[in-house]
Design a protein around this ligand. Structure first.
Ligand code: NDP
Length: 333
């Protein structure tokens, strides 16, 4: 630790609220890695929609002051006494954890993985949450088969574009929804076969179109991250014995669901979180290996919306909350 600075730049919140609670500070203590932790000098930090939930209070930060951010990439600057031997100082790594909106992050080695030489540090920062969410969804939430019809909402977003690419790679047929023609075009470039508007004002139009596309059956699975605004229309287009996966709240949480509605088509309904598919080091390493394989062999890529200086966190946050972004937003400390 001796060659490391004592303080660093970081984005801190002391309470939940609007973007005005985001404080860019230059005198935050550099953390010391304890136990199995490693200290990472962040090269890029990934922004995720979930960061806005922790800032706004949809989800509760564990304590205050709290450094936001849940993923990044960079090099290991120091290791805790019980860190695994493959994580050595200087190794190029990607991670998911907490307190990533900073120059340095101390994080459990459970969710730290070395990045192969063929993969850029930018993809390293963009992949842990969004790509692994997409991968766990298609493998475990609903095990997608070749030829399956799958509906993806917010298809031009971070998770959405990974889903479009992965579904194409495994031979599924994707119906993508997004709010603008430009976003839908991007989903198409990333592998979606059919593009639709949400038709939030007229669910019947949406349902009719999906049924026409799928030969009257509906889709095998829906991966819905929009939540409140699209839940009903998504459920309406799942086929008999199909699977409805709700995994996000971008428009607000889904509440007050009557279980009996599922019996209309014997639909399987899940509300998933990545952290229950990837809960230990073994699962993280296994999914990272599979993901690096897709990136290397199938040419999966990430569309970087923008790389913002860390101090521009308010602008970046307003852009993602304002639906102005596509693909991945990165921060540069
Ligand atoms: P995105 O890049 O997808 O950004 C969110 C997108 O949601 C927007 O671009 C917008 O796309 C869409 N959206 C729909 N309604 C609204 C609204 N009212 N306000 C704002 N945006 C809206 O973010 P991420 O890729 O980081 O995350 C996507 C979703 O997946 C989020 O809901 C996130 O919480 C969830 N997620 C869940 C995980 C889990 O483990 N369960 C893990 C990772 C992400 P458009 O304009 O096209 O509608």
């Amino acid at each position: 630790m001796s060659s490391l600075p004592k303080t660093m730049k970081a984005v801190v919140i002391e309470k939940t609220g609007g973007t005005d609670v985001l404080q860019y500070k230059t005198d935050v203590p550099v953390p010391e890695p304890k136990g199995d932790e490693v200290l990472i000098k962040n090269e890029y930090i990934g922004i995720n929609y979930i960061d806005t939930y922790f800032r706004s209070g949809v989800y509760s930060p564990p304590s205050f002051p709290y450094i936001l951010g849940r993923e990044g990439s960079g090099t290991i600057a120091a290791v805790g006494p019980n860190a695994p031997s493959d994580l050595t100082i200087g190794a190029r790594v990607a991670y998911m954890g907490q307190s990533a909106y900073a120059e340095y992050t101390a994080t459990t080695s459970h969710f730290v993985v070395t990045i192969p030489d063929s993969i850029s540090t930018k993809i390293g920062a963009a992949a842990p949450l969004q790509a692994m969410t997409a991968l766990t969804l298609i493998r475990e939430a609903y095990a997608v088969q070749k030829g399956d019809w799958v509906l993806v909402t917010a298809a031009a977003g971070g998770v959405g574009l990974w889903l479009c690419q992965l579904l194409k790679a495994v031979g599924a047929r994707t119906i993508a929804t997004a709010s603008t023609p430009e976003k839908r075009e991007l989903a198409k470039q990333n592998g979606a076969e059919v593009l639709l508007e949400y038709h939030a004002d007229d669910q019947d139009v949406f349902v009719k179109k999906v049924l026409e596309i799928t030969g009257g059956e509906g889709v095998h699975a829906v991966f819905d991250s929009v939540g409140k605004d699209t839940f009903d229309s998504s459920l309406a287009v799942v086929r008999r014995k199909g699977t409805m996966v709700s995994f996000g709240n971008a428009s607000g949480p889904v509440t007050g669901f009557a279980l009996a509605r599922l019996s209309a088509k014997n639909v399987k309904l899940l509300r998933t979180t990545l952290f229950n598919y990837i809960a230990d080091r073994e699962e993280f390493q296994q999914y990272a290996k599979e993901l690096w394989g897709f990136i290397e062999k199938d040419g999966l890529n990430v569309k970087i919306h923008d790389i913002y200086p860390l101090e521009d966190i308010k602008r970046a946050t307003e852009d993602i909350e304002g639906r102005k972004t596509t693909g991945k937003l990165l921060l540069k400390p």
